[in-house]
Design a protein around this ligand. Structure first.
Ligand code: DAK
Length: 258
């Protein structure tokens, strides 16, 4: 098993933990692992009980990139035929919030995988990098695109052209990660954040994810229009009534996800 899925993580009915499970090779993202990951995420996305997904590796590595042993002898035709872009594209179709809990190396495809998630919580031992240049290739899943949007052109150029890693504090300062926490608490801290998100109205959290992601792909005018439509849409949910009534009645809201 290249990944381990724990639904009801820590007995929480709405949080699922997905753990990359190739420790010996620093969770290198083999084709098989990526297929399993996409399948598992689709399953969790379809499960109405699940509201938040946490993706993690182990203490030494979130993931040290695509599996170099699998790629070394490949040619462009192999690449076209195996169509690996499809699984990476599919990751962006998950509608529920995914939090990356990163300890250790997040390099190449590992950094790209973390960036495909909705937010990154990093242990203070985390190292991020796009070292593809050291292998004579360039990133294939967002290292020149998502990273540039996250940290800006000059810093993205620095990381991509030198292949050097940055530490967690720098990653936070540059806007790549949301929060840095002591390495030994990264899962616990991520769980606490997941718990907060899981307590919100599920339809609204999905619409927020969709709208924030849209801001990367569209003009401000179109993005504002998109946000407005999603805003109106929330008023068709019973959770909007529940959220507002609960506020007025000075009680905690109980969301049903409808
Ligand atoms: N692939 C395969 N094996 C890996 C690996 C990787 N990316 N990274 C590490 N390993 C293996 C090592 O070979 C070693 O295996 P054994 O020798 O024990 O059998 C084991 O993990 C432990 O690694 P080290 O002995 O090297 O450990 P160190 O602590 O000394 O060094 C390191 C850690 C992370 C600095 C080093 O392992 C390293 O530089 N790893 C490679 C990092 C890297 O270059 N990553 C970028 C790979 S290219 C695409 C989507 C994405 C991509 C491409 C296409 N499409 C959608 C088509 C992504 C490309 C990449 O990520």
């Amino acid at each position: 098993m290249n990944i381990i899925v724990e639904k009801n993580w820590d007995n929480h009915p709405h949080i699922a933990l997905v753990k990359l499970n190739r420790s010996k090779v620093l969770n290198a993202l083999s084709n098989e692992l990526m297929d399993e990951l996409v399948q598992a995420l689709f399953k969790l996305d379809d499960d109405q009980e699940v509201r938040v997904i946490v993706l993690t590796g182990d203490e030494r590595a979130f993931a040290a990139g695509a599996d170099i042993a699998q790629m070394v002898e490949e040619n462009p035709v192999d690449k076209i035929l195996e169509n690996r872009f499809r699984s990476w594209q599919q990751l962006t179709m998950i509608s529920k919030p995914i939090i990356a809990a990163v300890s250790g190396f997040a390099l190449g495809g590992g950094c790209e995988l973390a960036m495909t998630c909705d937010l990154i919580i990093a242990g203070d031992n985390a190292r991020f990098g796009q070292p593809e240049i050291n292998l004579g290739i360039i990133p294939g899943a967002g290292g020149t695109q998502r990273l540039t949007k996250a940290i800006g052109k000059s810093k993205a150029m620095l990381m991509n052209l030198t292949g050097e890693m940055i530490d967690a504090t720098t990653a936070e300062k540059w806007g790549l990660v949301a929060k840095v926490v002591p390495a030994e608490t990264v899962l616990q801290e991520t769980y606490e954040i997941a718990k907060k998100i899981a307590a919100k109205a599920p339809v609204a959290t999905r619409l927020i994810k969709e709208a924030v992601n849209r801001s990367f792909e569209t003009s401000l005018k179109e993005g504002m229009e998109f946000e407005r439509r999603n805003f109106f849409l929330t008023f068709s949910s019973s959770d909007q009534k529940e959220g507002m009534r609960a506020f007025l009645e000075k009680r905690e809201a109980k969301y049903t996800g409808r």
